[in-house]
Design a protein around this ligand. Sequence first.
Ligand code: WTA
Length: 650
Amino acid sequence: MADQLDTLLDEGRRFPPSAEFAANAVATQALYDAAARDRLAFWEEQARALDWMTPWTRVLDWKAPHARWFDGGQLNVAANCLDRHLSGPRRNKAAIIWEGEPGDRRVYTYWALAREVGRAANALKRLGVRKGDRVAIYLPMVPEAAIAMLACARIGAVHSVVFGGFSAESLRDRIQDATATVLITADGGYRRGQVLPLKRIADEAVADCPSIRHVVVVRRGHGGEGDESFAEMTEGRDHWWHRLLDKESPHCPPEAMDSEDLLFILYTSGTTGKPKGIVHSSGGYLTQAAATTKYVFDLREEDIFWCTADVGWVTGHSYVVYGPLANGATVLMYEGAPDWPERDRFWKLIARHGVTVFYTAPTAIRAFMKWGTSHPAAHDLSTLRLLGSVGEPINPEAWMWYHEHVGRGNCPIVDTWWQTETGGIMITALPGVTTTKPGSATTPFPGISVELVDTTGKPMAKGGGFLTLTEPWPGMLRTIYGDDARYQETYWSRFPGRYFAGDGAKVDDDGYWWLLGRVDDVLNVAGHRIGTMEVESALVDHPSVAEAAVVGKAHELKGQAIAAFVTVKEGVKPSAELRDDLREHVARKIGAIAKPDDILFSADLPKTRSGKIMRRLLKDIAEGRALGDTTTLADPNVVARLKEMYEDKE
Ligand code: WTA
């Protein structure tokens, strides 16, 4: 963290908004002024941009740490994303332009999307789904993912989207925790030319999920109707999506939902082995998702907005589906990998569809840098006018590359800090208003109260410390599903009275925020949150493993890579085969994203005299640094031996 701080301190480049951009920008300084004058009035103003069936009686009811926003108000999130656009010129505007990895394309106008959502909503009702029931969604990036989410929202069912890269066990745990009654999946999805057999994985998961009554299968993967190779259908339980929808009317009245009714649960990794079901409600969440989309992405009627995130992550929820559609925008959705069939696929997509606003992750930008400038240079990217970054700190060099080679020097960059828990963007530049600095997320969004504190919780005006939030915000998580005690403990106990985000940060003399990464046991691997404990549990679940310690090590492309230190059981011989087997085991338990890059077998792990594994020292070893203080160790020689072994490893 110290090295990082020094490099950031040296960053002196400034990018003020161009006069041209500022003159037409959607956001203005007046937003900051209004929020500073009256935070709650500012948020009420944003909420008024939505359609409410019943007005709220109270803007905020705050009994720390539980918030009720726009209390007493009623709305329907799907109606806000669809119905209200149907009466004017947006009716026949593209809502979703979709491209599959093999190159197939589909366009849904707002009108057509509304009809599909209506049919899907009626189909769910026919399967017995009622308001408040949980529906699990395990799909590739196909339009049906957005349709399924909106169909749930329409009838008041709570969706839990599970990223298609997660394993059967991860899917099973999430379905069980939420006691979902219906699972929506696909026969397959394309990734780098291969078909990922989602239905087969889903079948394995559902075998242990007694709550699931129906499985709905989108036909995507392969072949024609008769090709059952990717999806064996279980009579009575499984239904083809297209057959169900064919039978339904496109008209389904939207359920009137209380502002605080649940919209979705999204599982994310924490510091224990068990993922947390982050709970989001309706009115406040949509207010923040919609307002941030409008102002941060300078949204205009004619934009083609492309957020590259998968709907399995919160970024896909807020900035592929809810935020843009609530604003009546056109979104581009792409199914596959950035390097398929060639490393210029993203630039091809931007040129072909005329993307104007592009929002992606630093890990992708670093991969593009490595692949070389010839790829973006070979395509017409002249429609781009604004770029965004999310998911991890963006290093100044990646920022500059993005600026020069993608933005061609004339697109503002918004680096947006937020979390699954915050629901929407919290710290960001506003294009046309904020002067940006490469590597800094700049300043809090209007109406968001962020404060830096030291280890004792004392506020600091500047310097390095921990990022905390001091006031409730509309999109905040309401609790952890089924575990409110864990909610209070995880977020509100480290610094009493404050929400602790788990991130380290620095604030400079201008009040700009520089994010420094997680300070807890959560890793950020290629923008994906993975708990060290989750990976450790997966490793010790293997019959050959006695003990495992997992740390993140700096990685050029992924930001962080996973390094595992493993002690095997008596009689087991460490080998290259065992190493491969362990990596596969982790992929089976969690998903391929959690496979350790390095696995080092060791007879001992460095422990304190009280038996605690010293992960800090393991991180020093994995990152090839001089060792920190080893005096508290039970056996200081263990670390020296490990360090030698790590340096010798092939
Ligand atoms: C990190 C993704 C630096 C941070 C929206 C946070 C960032 C975690 C940024 C949340 C950013 C996200 N700069 N770090 N612009 N955006 N992070 O829940 O550590 O998947 O706590 O939400 O990602 O990850 P999550």
